[in-house]
Design a protein around this ligand. Structure first.
Ligand code: FES
Ligand SMILES: [Fe+2]
Length: 444
């Protein structure tokens, strides 16, 4: 029996090592996190027209997301109601129906079961087509980014994102919106799904060390960190966490991040030109964040880097393996050359064979496999960096650690992780005072 309460100690900033490999914990995560949280499925830019569809993974469940004839978006389990194969094995496209490859049952894009081969001859009236439509999955969007949720009692996506929207808006809403470049590349890794999520939510510490070799051959602002030759000065960034565990780290003025040469200059010019407009729209603080580098994770498993322009889902495949889905992210109104340059950079760094992706993957797999060892599993994981320096930020409502390198967002991620695992339902999660988490986090 898992002692759930002891998995995360908010006060000491530590976690149990079993969270990276234990089967029972994993099953509980599927039930209490993946069955409950909003999970990224697609973006408007990937399904612009009626009949456009794409597949996605929510937890371990496959879904298909499809643009309806009236322009609305619906999501369904990618699962045939006859004998349970996929209704589409194609990852994306445009269609008027989904026809199962096994026996040919055919569903409309609204999910209704429309045709069954030899229905009259073989079923002779026993099959009720009206009760065999595809299973619909609740879905909502924020700034064109679509998320699905299996729990009808979950708050809206808007409320789930909560204070974190303040930061999302910096790149999702500053210059006319953001869009994804797909289809996503897909990679299998032998690691627990939280190892990359925690890294993306709050790890600026590893950048100069893990990525030393890669950074030394790439250009851009982050290359200055290679080999830990410099400490980011005071005021160079912040670490942030919010109520449901969404968090990020910001390295200010590091936007083009890994772009050098003329395209790097073009990207810098784009940010410089737009900063005054962002100040007008979102205020001075966020204009300062605009054109910075964000490392971030939307709880539980949707990470992105803004400035390195990669967008990820770490889909769990059991406790010790994942499938990584990777898209590029760009601002819609960026000049095409800048879009192309940042997407090239995203592929070179965080695509399937990306240099930085490979650096990170070694650490993720090592953390997952090693922590199972009979001796190594004793003791706790440490995320104490920056403890004591966290404060409530009045403007955003989030908790902020005032340093470019720290583990505030790690601790916030695992604080929320524990709360989700402990709670019986969304009712339980929502009945607490919305600011109680801040008092718990700050030890007040
Ligand atoms: S399993 Fe889909 S038609 Fe039979
Ligand atoms: Fe990394």
């Amino acid at each position: 029996m898992v002692d759930v309460a002891s998995l995360v100690d908010v006060k000491s900033g530590t976690q149990a090592k079993s969270i990276f490999w234990d089967e029972q914990i994993y099953e509980l995560e599927l039930e209490r996190i993946f069955d409950r949280c909003w999970l990224f499925i697609t973006h408007d830019s990937l399904i612009p027209n009626p009949g456009d569809f794409t597949t996605a993974i929510m937890g371990e469940d496959e879904v298909v997301v499809v643009r309806q004839m009236d322009g609305k978006v619906k999501a369904f389990l990618n699962y045939c109601q006859h004998r349970g194969t996929r209704v589409t094995s194609v990852e994306a496209g445009n269609t008027r129906s989904f026809t199962c490859t096994y026996h040919g049952w055919s569903y409309g894009i609204d999910g209704s079961l429309q045709a069954v081969p030899f229905e009259n001859e073989f079923y002779k009236g026993v099959l009720d087509k009206s009760t065999h439509g595809l299973t619909e999955v609740r879905c909502e969007s924020y700034m064109g980014f679509w998320y699905g949720n299996f729990d009808k009692s979950a708050p809206s996506l808007y409320d789930y994102l909560g204070d974190y929207r303040y930061f999302l808006d910096v790149w999702m809403d500053s210059t006319g919106g953001a869009e994804l470049i797909g289809p996503p590349t897909r990679t299998l890794l032998n690691c627990n799904w939280k190892t990359p999520a925690e890294n993306f939510v709050g790890d600026a510490y590893h950048v100069g060390w893990t990525h030393a070799a890669s950074l030394s051959v790439l250009g851009g602002e982050l290359s200055a960190l290679s080999g830990n030759k410099m400490v980011p000065p005071d005021g160079a960034g912040v670490q942030i966490t919010t109520r449901f565990g969404h968090g990020l780290g910001i390295l200010t003025n590091a936007g083009p991040a890994l772009l050098s040469g003329p395209v790097g200059e073009m990207a810098r010019k784009w940010y410089a030109e737009n900063r005054p407009k962002v100040a007008e729209k979102l205020g001075k603080t966020r204009a300062g964040y605009y054109g910075s580098h964000f490392n971030s994770n939307v709880f539980p498993n949707n990470s992105y880097l803004w400035g390195t322009n990669t967008f990820k889902v770490w889909a769990p495949r059991g406790p010790r393996s994942i499938e990584v889905f990777t898209w590029g992210i760009v601002e819609k109104n960026m000049p095409d050359e800048v879009k192309e340059a940042v997407y090239d950079m995203a592929t070179r760094t965080f695509g399937t064979a990306g240099m930085l992706e490979g650096d990170d993957a070694d650490n993720m797999e090592s953390m997952t496999q090693l922590n199972r060892g009979r001796q190594i599993r004793k003791g706790r994981l440490n995320s104490q960096m920056g403890m004591g320096g966290d404060k409530v930020d009045e403007e955003s409502g989030a908790v902020i650690g005032q340093s470019a390198v720290g583990e505030t967002s790690y601790r916030g991620y695992y604080r929320a992780y524990r709360e989700f695992l402990m709670a019986e339902s969304w009712d339980d999660l929502l009945k607490t005072d919305p600011d109680a988490w801040k008092r718990e986090f700050l030890g007040k």
